[in-house]
Ligand binder design. Sequence first.
Ligand SMILES: [Zn+2]
Length: 308
Amino acid sequence: MSIALVSNSDCGRHDTGWGHPEHVGRLRAIPKALREEPELYSRILHVESRHATEDELAFAHDRAYIASVRDISAQGGGRLDADTVASEGSWDAATAGAGAVLDAIDMAFGDGPPRSFCAVRPPGHHALRASAMGFCLFGNVAIGAHYARRRHSAERVLIVDWDVHHGNGTQALVEDERDIHFVSMHQWPWYPGTGAAEDRGPHRNVWNVPMRALLPPDVYVGALCAAVDAATTDFVPDLVMISAGFDSLRGDPLGAFTLELEHVEALTRFLVERAERWCEGRVVSALEGGYDPDRLAAACVRHMHALE
Ligand SMILES: [Zn+2]
């Protein structure tokens, strides 16, 4: 089997409350859509993820913040940021989400499939070192990048974020490490307001690609691929990670990019082909945004097809 789908039912226990766009229905739509493609379904290794430990979360987050998320969940939940809440199940959900990425990395550097898609929530790419932000509690992908360097043989990691929002949290959590290169394409101007092209990070290891809304989809695909090329000039990654936000699809309620499923496929194939050349095909992708559940699920299935 060349790919794994990594998830955990605990990811459904992060209860954001009635009417919140980041709800459990987003995740439930994915296996439903995948079962309509029984051949693909049967070729994928389905993995129930472990939970990340507090030591692993601390690769990217302050211990006091980690403890505060744990304690707020244990006390039944509470508000963490203007649009980010924790419920009783959020600790288990968030540690399972990060754990899924770590399991995927273990498989990629061990005997498992070199590529995985982690169907997780809450998302991670806005989470900061000591605070939750923008629906995100822990930086799943950033934690994974540090984990791959510390616990496996990875020296250089490339992270590609095509969520419609700037991956400000991922940038904050990896920009001090010059051997992690981070590429983020995002709508501009738009939430969270960061991610200017001139913002290259202290070591110039960040490539921000701010893009106007409602451009032809090929323009987004071309811009992101060009940025990946720029980020990998004289830099051969040992692992490619994707922050797969599907709010960059046309019609998403929280964004105004215009990607269709074929563009998700094209971007995925571009990165898989590069990863085959660079690093034995190792690609670990994790779900970020995407707020139309049916579109999100269809995109995940297409993404997994292209990862295969
Ligand atoms: Zn987003």
